[in-house]
Write a protein that binds this ligand. Sequence first.
Ligand SMILES: C[S@@+](CC[C@H](N)C(=O)[O-])C[C@H]1O[C@@H](n2cnc3c(N)ncnc32)[C@H](O)[C@@H]1O
Length: 306
Amino acid sequence: MSDSLHTSQSDVWTEWLFHRRHADDPVYHQAVQARVNKYADHVLDAAHLAPSMTLADIGSGEGLVAFRAIERIGPSLKLILTDISAPMLSHAEKSAIQRGVRSQCRFLECPAENLKEIADASVDIITTRAVLAYVQNKTAALCEFHRILKPGGRISIAEPIFQDEAFAARALKHAVDTQTPQTHDRFLILLHRWKASQFPDNEEQMTKNPLTNYSERDLLRFTQNSGFTEIHMELHIDVFPSPIISWITFLNNSPHPWAPSLNSVMGAQFSSEEQQFFEQILRPAIEAPSVTTDRIAYLTAKKPLS
Ligand SMILES: C[S@@+](CC[C@H](N)C(=O)[O-])C[C@H]1O[C@@H](n2cnc3c(N)ncnc32)[C@H](O)[C@@H]1O
């Protein structure tokens, strides 16, 4: 995989990053891109990159962090881009060729938990953004990061914290389960059906799901347990006006690659009458000004010198 990548198929990762994350809405796409650029820049600011370093970007996706790192440091930076998705790596490789930086990049198809093609103590900096959220065993990935880093090397990570979405789904489940004939609320039942298809709505599923099996404090603990020192964690919570104002965009986007869109949930799990009823109530709220919340944990840490 390291020399050349030929696949151009799509998978759940490319389908989401290139289409469903912004529901193919060019205006919303711009808003999403501005936010992820901001996250990537924060990760790079904290990475302390310098000329001639080797940077491994784990779960590199389309190369968002990696290519911004090259823009900052220039041709002396050596990059290792890893991902579990062959189509994603293929896309990133094509971008590297277009940008004239292919010779600086090595592409590896492997999970974050097993970076065996990367030698021990061979990397100066590791970045990763929105990747550990999809990794079941986050400590295993962090131990691999520790193994491939040179002594004194650093990690700079940004991960979304999704537990509140699961708590909200769990609260909806409780409200639905405890309804009485007097308090019966059809909208609540449908709202729960939709939310529970995107996030776990009970403790057992929350623990099993990599998206919700951690808080920012767990990330800090996993990092410490993996042998890192000088750990710094910042939780950024931003509440801001929702950039989605089109009902069609709202229907067709989804909050993460494993989540179905509301459109597909309604198609699969709602009767036509339920679809009409749900839209009648929800649509005005989406088309009116509303707010959305982002929770991102930024973490940096160092591999001890000895
Ligand atoms: C939300 S995207 C983020 C991509 C990129 N880091 C960015 O900032 O745009 C998640 C990426 O993680 C990759 N991924 C998912 N599970 C992974 C794993 N276990 N090991 C490595 N990469 C993984 C996916 O293929 C996808 O490219």
